[in-house]
Design a protein around this ligand. Structure first.
Ligand SMILES: [Zn+2]
Ligand SMILES: [Zn+2]
Length: 323
């Protein structure tokens, strides 16, 4: 019996043989047209993934750069005595762009073959339902938060900190752009929490569309950039979702160097007792704000005297500040 001829990979319009185009919505048609226009699905997925990452990352960081340049916003700054300089922001931008193009771009290019291998839908239309998308994203948030808590704690172990994680802690008073200011190995290790959830989910269920992964990555980038913003507004999410971590939580990690290891939620730090220093410090700061208000002083009571870098406060200094 003759061996079956190998099936040629489908390209461009051939990907959509048998698709009922009339039943597709506007977004689904645009998605289909992108894959037809680019032709090669590996390039179509790779290019879309890279562009999405760049547009979301810098698009979300720009409002924080503007806020940093507005003195009227300083009353919402968590480390009220520290503001990043334009030089520090530019240095950070250059480094982040360099790692995006040299470390992340080659990985993103291998994304489509990996998706195919795991059975993750890429060019396929129609999209899954919103209910399915939301449930899957909820699972990814919980998985990433757990993964990040333990991997991040491990990165604070002496040798790993010295050779890998120290780079990310260069800014002890972070700002939006600093979210991905990290050693390439750190991007790889902690990035596993972001893509590992979808890959694991897909390997088990074989029911995941890359659109869901894009929405998840967008929300995760928003979370990471906002957590590094250095600002806490009355409308910030953690003020109406009590278990959401936000900038209030992660800013303290950069300032105190220990504790508050998780990304999106507060429960791991709460149950492991790694947020004790944070709670004491915030209570003290709230007291200072209350006293300033009582005395009719405007917060912050002192001008910003430090920039975004500098050694994180030593344990004893944090202890002293929170007493
Ligand atoms: Zn850290
Ligand atoms: Zn950070």
């Amino acid at each position: 019996m003759a061996a079956a001829a190998p099936v040629a990979p489908l390209w461009g319009a051939d990907l959509y043989q048998g698709t009922d185009v009339a039943a597709l919505n506007f977004l689904e048609k645009a998605w289909m047209n992108w894959y037809i226009w680019i032709g090669n699905p590996v390039i179509a997925t790779g290019l879309m993934s890279f562009l999405m990452h760049e547009i979301v990352y810098f698009g979300r960081a720009i409002p924080w750069i503007i806020i940093d340049s507005m003195p009227s916003m300083r009353k919402y700054k968590i480390q009220e005595d520290r503001v990043p300089t334009p030089e520090q922001q530019w240095k950070c931008t250059r480094y982040v762009l360099l790692t995006h193009f040299t470390v992340e771009l080659p990985q993103i290019w291998s994304f489509h073959p990996l998706c195919e291998y795991l059975g993750l839908a890429t060019h396929e239309v129609p999209f899954p339902s919103w209910t399915k998308i939301l449930i899957q994203i909820g699972c990814f948030f919980v998985f990433e938060d757990m993964f990040h808590y333990w991997a991040h704690r491990a990165l604070h172990w002496g040798p790993l900190y010295k050779h890998i994680h120290k780079k990310h802690h260069e800014f002890s008073a972070p700002f939006g752009l600093a979210a991905e200011y990290a050693h390439p190995l750190e991007v790889l290790i902690l990035g596993m929490g972001t893509v590992g959830g979808p890959f694991l989910y897909c390997a088990i269920t074989k029911d995941l569309h890359i659109l869901t992964v894009y929405i998840w990555v967008t929300l995760r980038l928003f979370q990471a950039i906002d957590a590094h913003s250095g600002y806490d507004f009355p409308i910030s999410m953690h003020n109406w979702i009590p278990f959401w971590a936000g900038a209030d939580h992660h800013d303290h990690h950069h300032m105190a160097f220990v504790g508050c290891y998780s990304t999106s939620f507060r429960w791991w730090d709460h149950f492991m007792g790694t947020d004790a220093s944070y709670k004491r410090y915030r209570a003290r700061q709230a007291e200072e704000k209350r006293k300033a208000k009582e005395e009719g002083l405007e917060w912050p009571t002192k001008p910003a005297s430090k920039t975004a870098t500098g050694a994180p406060l030593s344990k004893s200094a944090v202890h002293k500040k929170v007493q």
